[in-house]
Design a protein around this ligand. Structure first.
Ligand code: SF4
Length: 703
């Protein structure tokens, strides 16, 4: 009983899971985490959800990798593998760090020198620290000499970031989640925060209790539907026609903020012309929302003293995800609902450091702080700081890298803490691609579905085993502190990256995370004023914070936008149909996402006792009406099939799922739903359409 055990130390840190960034304290005894308590951080005020409170014991799981592994010469790389941990010895042999690092580096050097730098690529991680993300992308850029570096932001909010950079000049949120308590109206679209940002949802619930109105826009009914003044359960994929109709009403009824438009925006006249055809009456059958509801919502949003928009991957994970975000930005710009407390735009970031990883340049088109790689001046600055040449051509994104492997153009891949065998769309294709690589190095804490395909596996550190900074969805840079030591011969990720870099010919000698952070301050001007000492003292500092002593800015865009003109830009969007529509063979819509108890591909939470006990088996949720029509009862096996594959899972009834649709989380290795998802990409952001593809659902299946 842990309550009876006295910890020998307490270590203040942050939660390793979602982008809310709750601060917590680890209670430690004999290098083991006994329990976790919430701490009074700006994002959580002591609160923790079930993952933050109970999802810590994965670090002590017997599956932890404790030795470097090298693939046996006679072990075939089969993309269709079983994940029995007892098979590890048949596939890999243990090695020393010296041997593993030498082999890892040699494979990359050989490919770089024979096939050229662009035959190499790296996937970093949104779970790692800013310092790890920064060094990882630096290694790829000046060690591999390519911009082929990306991470799972490509799979979550890439489209939001593209639209925000294009329209407002900054990819970050304008206001923190907690600002909802100053809003009169919250628009929550394509997000299920009680599941995916649970402590963030408590800010919304409290605001609603104090009189804030919630307008929920989501094809799925979620827990917050019960507290919404309006729930617009629009047809999946019809965000643009619905949002354009709302904007049409705002223009038609003169509810725009004329001064804001004149003083702070450009492109409104074109937008106004564009919206003429999107009348609520014409859009009603397209999006499924009554015209009068669209009018009511338009008035409510436009005329409140403060309206705030928050969105999730229901917006971003479409081939028109960038268009969806452009519409939300236009809505805020035309009503002046941005630049003040209780207003603004907030794409709810998924992973604990997806904001920071992108800020650090872990994306193929941008250097740290979002300077484009083809910007000669910015590249020159970074080359001077790094002492190496950087390619001026943008690199490939996550899905493009898999395609390049298949096409025979890319042969070596370094993966730190990502699991594309589970998270990529059309995962069979991704697994096949990785099995075709000449050289793959995976750095992780478990033998994930991806690591299973590696040539060299480097055992890394879990979140509580290292110190670093993590940037939450509110732009808060927070300090995660080491609480325990890594097991066995596992090493901290910064050490591993640096040792690999040295073997690639880079003369690096960082003494630790504070040393790397000092360089980040020079590479990322918006964080230039944040000192390590201040982080130690205050635990978190919000950026922009350009000069030492600046308090940092919770709310941005108060005077202007960081675009060349200082103005926000309206970018009109037209209707683009989902890439793959239901038909006779595949008559349902498949929506993928996450669930409360499990985190992303499940590698951590499915190895956490409490969380796994709560949700141990793969399930897909379906509307009970649809289940009745199919003759399926809750708890029975069903098989989901798309043009790309099939999985069998248990059916669970959920009245929130629209009839004719099925929802499934992507955390189950035994029923990896991303084997089914569609890899079609948004043309601007290259994000796949995880939220919509055609699927057939049949009773029965192989358990
Ligand atoms: Fe962790 Fe997010 Fe839960 Fe907070 S809300 S405890 S950050 S998973």
């Amino acid at each position: 009983d842990v309550a009876m055990v006295e910890p020998d130390k307490k270590v203040d840190s942050v939660c390793p899971y979602c982008g809310v960034g709750c601060q917590l304290t680890y209670n430690i005894k004999d290098n083991k985490i006994l329990y976790v308590e919430g701490r009074d951080g700006p994002a959580n005020h002591g609160r923790l959800c079930v993952k933050g409170r109970y999802g810590f014991d994965y670090v002590h799981h017997p599956h932890r990798l404790t030795k470097p592994l090298i693939r046996r010469d006679d072990a075939p790389k089969t993309p269709d593998f079983s994940m029995d941990p007892n098979d590890i010895d048949k596939v890999f042999r243990e090695a020393t760090w010296e041997e593993a690092l030498a082999l890892a580096a040699k494979g990359f050097v050989d490919i770089r020198d024979s096939a050229g730098p662009n035959a190499l690529a790296g996937f970093g991680s949104a779970k790692g620290s800013n310092e790890e993300a920064y060094l990882f992308q630096k290694l790829v850029r000046v060690g591999f000499n390519t911009n082929n570096v990306d991470h799972c932001t490509r799979l979550c909010h890439a489209s939001s970031v593209v639209a925000l950079l294009e329209c407002l000049g900054s990819g970050a949120v304008s206001n923190p989640v907690s600002d909802v308590d100053q809003a009169e109206v919250i628009v929550l679209i394509g997000a299920n925060p009680t599941v995916n940002h649970p402590v963030g949802a408590t800010w919304m619930k409290n605001a609603i209790r104090n009189g804030t109105k919630l307008i929920l826009m989501d094809p799925r009914g979620t827990e917050l539907s019960q507290q919404a003044t309006h729930h617009l359960q629009f047809k999946p994929g019809s965000d643009v026609p619905m949002l354009n109709a709302i904007m049409h009403v705002i223009v038609e009824e003169g509810l725009v903020d004329k001064d804001f438009i004149a003083d702070r925006t450009s492109g409104f006249d074109e937008m106004k012309r564009h919206l003429q055809k999107y009348t609520p009456e014409l859009m009603e059958p397209v999006c499924g929302i009554p015209a009068e509801t669209l009018r009511e919502v338009a008035r409510l949003y436009a005329t409140s003293k403060g309206s705030m928009i928050l969105w999730g991957m229901g917006v971003s994970q479409h081939i028109h995800g960038t268009d969806n975000a452009r519409c939300l930005i236009s809505l805020a710009l035309m009503t002046g609902q941005i630049g003040r407390p209780g207003t603004g735009l907030h794409p709810l970031r998924g992973q604990n450091n997806v904001q920071g990883a992108s800020d650090m340049g872990l994306i193929p088109m941008c250097l740290p702080d979002y300077y484009k790689v083809d910007d000669d001046e910015a590249r020159g600055h970074m080359e001077a700081l790094w002492g190496g040449k950087i390619d001026s051509k943008a690199g490939l994104t996550v899905v493009e890298i898999m395609d390049a492997i298949h096409a025979g153009n890319l042969h070596g891949l370094y993966i730190m803490g990502e699991n594309p065998a589970m998270s990529d769309p059309d995962a069979n294709h991704a697994r096949q691609a990785m099995s075709e690589l000449k050289h793959m190095v995976v750095q992780d804490i478990f033998l994930t579905e991806t690591a299973y395909l590696a040539d060299v596996v480097l055992p890394a550190s879990g979140f509580p085993e290292k110190t670093g900074t993590f940037t939450n969805t509110d732009r808060l840079v927070q300090l995660g502190r080491q609480a325990i030591d890594p097991p066995g011969d596992a090493r901290q990720d910064l050490w591993i990256i640096q040792e690999l870099a040295k073997r690639l010919g880079l003369d690096w000698n960082y003494q630790g995370p504070a040393d790397v952070f000092a360089e980040i301050r020079k590479a990322v001007p918006s964080m230039g004023g944040i000192t390590w000492d201040r982080l130690e003292a205050e635990h978190s500092v919000v950026y922009p914070c350009e000069q030492e002593g600046d308090p940092g800015e919770d709310v941005i865009f108060t005077q202007d936008f960081p675009t060349a003109s200082g103005r926000g830009l309206f970018v009109p969007a037209d209707i683009v149909a989902p890439d793959e529509r239901p038909d006779d063979d595949y008559p349902f819509v498949l929506i993928t996402g996450r669930m409360l108890e499990h985190w992303h591909t499940g590698s951590m939470t499915r190895r956490s006792n409490v969380l796994d006990a709560l949700e141990p088996e793969a399930v897909a949720t379906i509307n009970p009406i649809t289940m009745d029509e199919m003759g399926v009862k809750p708890g029975e096996l069903i098989t989901l099939s798309t043009r790309r594959g099939s999985v069998s899972v248990l059916a669970r009834a959920d009245i929130g799922v629209p009839t004719g649709a099925v929802f499934m989380a992507f955390c189950y290795y035994e029923a990896a739903v991303n084997k089914l998802s569609n890899p079609a990409l948004d043309p601007a952001a290259k994000i796949p359409e995880f939220k919509y593809c055609a699927v057939n659902v049949t009773p029965g299946g192989e358990p």
